[in-house]
Design a protein around this ligand. Sequence first.
Ligand SMILES: NC(=O)c1ccc[n+]([C@@H]2O[C@H](COP(=O)([O-])OP(=O)(O)OC[C@H]3O[C@@H](n4cnc5c(N)ncnc54)[C@H](O)[C@@H]3O)[C@@H](O)[C@H]2O)c1
Length: 342
Amino acid sequence: MNLLVTGGAGFIGTNFVRYIMNRRPGWAVTVLDKLTYAGRRENLSEFEGSPGYRFIQGDICDPEAVREAMDGCSGVVNFAAETHVDRSIDDPSSFVKTDVEGVRVLLEEFRKEDSRKMFLQISTDEVYGSVENGRSGEGDPLCPRSPYSASKAGGELLAMSYFTTFGVPVTVTRASNNYGPYQYPEKLIPLFITNAFEAEKLPLYGDGGNMRDWLFVDDHCSALVAVLERGRPGHIYNVGDGQELTNTEVTTAIIEATGADGNLVRHVEDRLGHDRRYAVDISKLQRELGWKPETDFATGISATVNWYRENSRWWKSIKSGEFREYYRKMYSEKLENSERIR
Ligand SMILES: NC(=O)c1ccc[n+]([C@@H]2O[C@H](COP(=O)([O-])OP(=O)(O)OC[C@H]3O[C@@H](n4cnc5c(N)ncnc54)[C@H](O)[C@@H]3O)[C@@H](O)[C@H]2O)c1
């Protein structure tokens, strides 16, 4: 396969490109990435100059850049997106642009060649909205509740409309929360790991009872390869792990794995509209494609903490840059108002 991986310099994209380069040596990979604050070309520097690997800096909303990057590609995996819920609450405009309009630009270029095999749109379990009981199945109604999840829902609905209207071989995956190496330290797990290493406070939203189904990023990558190789166009596949944990439980695991002081935890004012729980039913992916997750949370969090311990230059260079201003804006007032819980 000759794949175009958009957003390949971000968290999941980096892990996915590495997964493909190591486990599918016959495949060629072109990465198209705008290199926003969340993307780093250096994540993939080991592959620069390798046969079959190409990196293009460009925007998925730019038809020229997309045309150049998609030339000769038989499949597209679209990771490129604005992804942080908190930033989408602060300013939704870039989310609508990249996560909806960017998908349209990619689809328009994709459908110019009939021989192309699959357009895999990476979506999220957040499109189902908060699920108090049970698990979301692929046929459940969508009820996105943040500008991020609403934009992602728009992107996947648009992609599926190209299947129905134009016969474009579109497949959609909806994954649960990922964790692992190379995740930008604005997200819960890398933020808390790196703050713990620096003996900084751990700002825990609300009562800490929000639940997520945590998926180790390599398990997500193996699911995506299964979908690329055996998935059916016009179908949607949930990807998750069934490892439901509250944010408090995740925080406790991080404190234990890093050896940090539990007194660093602070309950802070909750995120606006914070969804209480996401949980996906993954039986379709298991039954149809024979996929199963392999990394339990204890193993995955330990590997993740070790990666951040051994790669402090990676995250320290991020945290010393524009991230500081972002962190001050997001958390300084909340932390001033917080109560110490232990
Ligand atoms: N992280 C999760 O837990 C999770 C869970 C389910 C689904 N997803 C989805 O997976 C995908 C990847 O998520 P992630 O966590 O790796 O995100 P990320 O924020 O770490 O990376 C996003 C990447 O997209 C690039 N990008 C952003 N706008 C672009 C544009 N206009 N043109 C080209 N490149 C652009 C960025 O430079 C970055 O490299 C996203 O579509 C996200 O919605 C993420």
